[in-house]
Write a new protein. Structure first.
Lengths: 318, 299
């Protein structure tokens, strides 16, 4: 299992020796032929469009006359990087990613620890926990909208019945509250993913390790902090990487919940709005390239500083 | 954890001696707080579902007052949804898009994954890293240029125009998940095929593929869910009900009239498209879990 290969202590599988070099060459040729179709498709549907987007972003297109354009160099980028909208969306996206991913990792670790305990009903709990994962994001947004809708929502009703603040708030109408709903919808849907990755990491830790700690008289908390967490680190980092990359391209949730109003617009949404609503092809393309670069820079930083285990896997493949 | 039948016996034998020990340890010391957590987690997962269904069964005053239990539950919202031709079209579109994309991705991915899992190959690590990094691309970077290209060549607002870019994300997900499944298949089986004079390709077709059926099924489920869920490409590259898939149709669903609170019908539509996915999770829970953790890729 790939996750296990990311965890320490696994000896690399040794390929059986096949000394005949002619056979090697044939095998390499076959390997090339089998991967080529996929790589060609991915180049055509990913690399070519992104390359074309770079070209589009260097031009300005007439909104009135179709096909009329002029080369403007980096003007669209300068305009975007000096605009309040871009930096607002940038800050907003990172705020969303920071909040939702931290909550997902904390809750996910807690869920994984629960699912790793032996108790009656563990199978039921696992099924229940997995259910929100199958929900499409748009429906997750709608679900949480029904929870927080003024007068109609469960949360708003319970809060006002108990006389707590928030009962008479139009949650999606104010920045902080709207963000809370968006984060909640994301945490609800994607914590199962984090939990299952972390659970897989938890199951690799051997029972003997815990028994040794128990013999040494370590308390449960000491065991958790000094043994479980360090050994879980690779799994948590892996969950963090995938969740962060996904959170930074957030689009569906603010689109359905607020249409980007009240300062909830994400980077992807801003690019979409410029492109589709305002028909600004050059500006929209520049914004989507900036979004792309931002996500790529973050992933490189992650892999460099936190993902040593991922590089080890890459080495092992060679 | 493994879904591969070939490995199942060994995995069970290995875990069996440990299991009773853990159970004893766990059950004897299970703190009452644990049950509080279990109930909290279950509540957090299930209550929103309850409220979605609850909302979908209400109309009029019962809906706008937010009754905890619908006093006059009605299926009227569901009737409205099923009488809406745009919703039915969207269902059809989503099924076509998801089935075609999943099938195409699986065919190409199974070839690539076999080479990456088993064959000697130049720059294998680089190729794997490249494939993995594509899954983290923000879809807007593909959607923005596709919007321009498709309008030029007439693929804008068509099903094919959606299937092609959706492959960008379906293919790497399928390759990555399948590669880790193929790696689990014991090498001995191929070796004996080689002894019988089989070429690597024959070994792939006759030995690996039949053994990998569970892995292929798991990958298909994950890719299907991910394609079905995808929203940004779908909303950017379509404009008419003829090409819109379900998530976009629901996002633009506006109810029957401007005087009726549309949330009742929107909830009903959400429940309708959620039911098949919930059934899928209930039936294929083990598969989904093993696939998610095998590729360790977001489905």
């Amino acid at each position: 299992m790939a996750l296990k290969t990311l965890l320490p202590g696994r000896s690399p599988s040794v390929a059986p020796a096949r000394p005949v070099s002619g056979r090697d060459r044939a095998e390499r040729k076959l390997a090339f032929r089998m991967t080529a179709p996929s790589l060609v498709i991915m180049a055509l549907v990913a690399a070519v469009p992104i390359g074309y987007a770079i070209w589009l972003s260097l031009n300005q297109y007439s909104v009135r006359t179709a096909g009329l354009s002029r080369f403007v160099g980096l003007d669209n980028y300068v305009a975007a990087l000096t605009s309040n909208e871009w930096w607002a969306a940038f800050g907003q996206t990172f705020l969303f990613a920071g909040l939702s991913v931290s909550l997902e990792l904390i809750l996910g670790t807690a869920m994984a620890l629960l699912l790793n305990l032996a108790f009656k009903g563990r199978a039921v709990l696992r099924t229940v926990v997995l259910l929100p994962y199958a929900i499409i994001t748009v429906v997750s947004a709608i679900t949480w909208q029904t929870m927080f809708q003024p007068n109609m929502g469960l949360v708003t009703n319970v809060l006002s019945t108990l006389g707590l603040p928030g009962g008479d708030v139009v949650w999606l109408g104010e920045h902080g509250y709207a963000m809370a709903v968006i984060v909640m919808a994301d945490v609800w849907k994607t914590t199962p993913f984090a939990a299952l990755i972390i659970l897989a990491g938890l199951q690799v830790i051997s029972a003997e390790t815990y028994e040794a700690a128990e013999l040494d008289g370590a308390s449960k908390w000491q065991t958790f902090v000094n043994i479980t967490l360090p050994l879980l680190r690779p799994a948590i980092v892996l969950a963090a990487i995938f969740r962060t990359m996904d959170a930074l391209r957030v689009f569906d949730l603010p689109f359905v919940l607020t249409r980007g109003a009240n300062g909830t617009e994400s980077m992807s949404m801003l690019a979409y709005t410029q492109l589709r609503e305002n028909r600004l092809v050059g500006e929209g393309s520049a914004l989507s390239i900036l979004t792309f670069l931002t996500v790529m820079v973050v992933s490189v930083i992650y892999v460099r500083f936190a993902g040593g285990n991922i590089r080890d896997v890459a080495k092992e493949e060679q | 954890m493994s879904t591969l039948t070939a490995e199942r016996p060994t995995a069970e034998v290995a875990s069996r001696p440990k299991a009773p020990k853990r159970r004893l340890r766990g059950e004897s010391k299970l703190h009452p707080m644990v049950w509080v957590f279990v109930i909290a987690v279950m509540g957090f997962s299930l209550i929103p579902f309850y409220w979605l269904v609850n909302t979908s069964l209400k109309k009029g005053a019962s809906l706008s007052q937010g009754e905890l239990f619908p006093s006059q539950p009605t299926l009227e919202n569901y009737l409205v949804v099923f009488q809406n031709p745009e919703f039915l079209l969207a269902l059809r579109n989503s099924v076509i898009i998801a089935v075609v994309t999943t099938t195409v991705a699986l065919v190409f991915a199974s070839f690539a994954a076999y080479a990456l899992a088993r064959l000697k190959m130049r720059r294998k690590a680089m190729i794997l890293t490249l494939i993995l990094s594509v899954t983290t691309f923000p879809a807007i970077a593909i959607a923005a240029p596709m919007f321009s290209i498709w309008r030029e060549i007439g693929l804008y607002d068509t099903l094919l125009g959606l299937i092609i870019p959706k492959l960008t994300f379906a293919l790497p997900l399928a390759i990555y998940t399948l590669t880790s499944f193929f790696k689990e298949i014991p090498r001995e089986l191929e070796e004996s095929a080689y002894m019988d004079g089989a070429t690597p390709f024959v070994a792939f077709r006759k030995v690996i593929l039949p053994l990998a059926v569970p892995g292929l099924a798991t990958t298909a489920i994950l890719v299907f869910i991910s394609v079905w869920n995808e929203f940004l490409l779908a909303v950017t590259l379509t404009t008419s009900p003829e090409a819109r898939p379900v998530p976009v149709a629901i996002a633009f669903f506006s109810g029957t009239s401007e005087f009726e609170q549309p949330l009742g019908t929107i909830s009903a539509a959400s429940v309708i498209i959620t039911i098949p996915l919930v059934i899928l999770v209930l039936l294929c829970q083990k598969r989904i879990v093993s696939g998610m953790t095998a590729g360790a890729v977001k489905g």
